[in-house]
Design a protein around this ligand. Structure first.
Ligand SMILES: [Zn+2]
Ligand SMILES: [Zn+2]
Length: 378
């Protein structure tokens, strides 16, 4: 009883000492009122359209996209090979999407594809929101070992220091191998060197120091420059082949084709890029192609690529996948399903539609196409 009284006095004191706590609109009061408030405040209502929408931080492409839903399980129940979408973001700073990152999970073991911004917390996001698999066990530190990079653009690689250093901070993990285009060996050597102070301090502070998992090795893959693929990896669970793709002016960019040995599922990751013979070859007869997409209808609102629409079509078309080009990949490869990730959905605020790019792809005649959200399972 005595304890309760003193608690009461303390609360009363706090209210008198800090009257602003009770008079200002608090988080609790906002919650009581519901998600929508009249205040123009992002934390109150993320669906509120920003007033000055033309800056890189406010353009509609950073607004909530995809359906208004949480992560779901769209994977076939009779297959043990699953694909987890960790992040679907692009360089546009969309706070609803992690940077580009995927994982193929075969017999409970993960193989990672691309390592975008926020990679380490994207794992936690998926573990917390996707309950169809025991992702906590699948992402055990010793399993964070194999990474396959489609290309070396910053948005697909900036999570690498996290991939190495964050898991190391929580215990000795596996020796990491990062497969990717020419230059990946240099990139990994630089990352290892750049964080050497951190690594050595962690080792010093640890009573049970083990060097395993503290650095990563870059393994360059060079398939022939023809559209033919080349096997670059095999273990007891999977065969991985790389196929050259076309993405801007990068000399080496790849699509990866994973063939699971246990259930025969074939999953292809197109990475970034426009139509290419290599991508068609990679996706031939595959179960799913995970691929990027960009609006053609509203490309004039793109926040990059030139001043006029003509310029934007030419520049952006060299880098990314317009709907008509994805239709060509779809027709020529005979791929069974397409899942869009890394979508660039530019528009003006009045006409912004969250499923705009997906709709353009469907209008182009692509059937069996879905739009992914971070945390989805396929
Ligand atoms: Zn990208
Ligand atoms: Zn790129």
């Amino acid at each position: 009883m005595k304890k309760r009284i003193s608690k009461f006095i303390l609360i009363a004191l706090l209210i008198f000492a800090f009257p602003s706590i009770s008079s200002a609109q608090t988080w609790e009061e906002n919650l009581k009122k519901g998600a929508t408030t009249t205040e123009k405040n992002y934390m109150n209502n993320p669906f509120e359209r920003p007033e000055n929408w033309k800056t890189i931080y406010t353009t509609p492409d950073i607004w909530p996209i995809s359906e208004n839903r949480g992560p779901i399980d769209r994977s076939p129940k009779d297959k043990t090979t699953k694909v987890l979408v960790l992040g679907t973001g692009t360089p546009t700073p969309n706070p609803y999407r992690y940077g580009p990152a995927m994982a193929v999970i075969i017999d409970g073991y993960p193989y990672f594809i691309d390592c975008g911004e926020g990679w380490w917390r994207a794992l936690a996001h998926s573990v917390l929101t996707q309950n169809s698999l025991d992702l906590s066990s699948i992402f055990a530190l010793k399993n964070l070992k194999y990474m396959f990079l489609t290309h070396l653009h910053e948005d697909h690689t900036v999570g690498l220091p996290s991939f190495i250093n964050n898991s190391y901070k929580f215990g000795s993990g596996a020796d990491k191998k990062v497969f990717g285009p020419e230059g990946v060996d240099e990139m990994m050597a630089h990352i290892n060197a750049a964080w050497s102070i951190d690594r050595h301090e962690v080792a010093q502070g640890s009573l049970a120091y083990k060097p395993e998992g503290s650095t990563a090795t870059g393994v360059p893959v060079w398939p022939e420059t023809s559209s033919e693929g080349r096997q670059i990896f095999e273990d007891e669970r999977v065969i991985v082949e790389a196929f050259p793709t076309k993405h801007g002016y990068l000399e080496h960019t790849y699509a990866y084709r994973f063939t699971a040995k246990s259930d025969g599922r074939i999953i292809v990751f197109g990475g970034d890029g426009t139509y290419s013979k290599g991508l068609v070859e990679a996706a031939k007869g595959a179960d799913i192609l995970f691929v990027e997409g960009i609006t053609r209808k509203n490309v004039k609102y793109a926040s990059w690529g030139g001043e006029t629409e003509k310029e934007k079509v030419e520049v952006i078309g060299t880098y990314h996948m317009f709907p008509a080009r994805l239709k060509r990949v779809y027709d020529e490869s005979g791929v069974k399903n397409i899942v869009l990730v890394h979508v660039q959905n530019f528009n003006n605020p009045e006409n912004f539609k969250r499923l705009g790019v997906l709709q353009e792809m469907i209008d182009e005649g692509i059937k069996n196409i879905l739009l992914a959200e971070d945390g989805d399972l396929y």
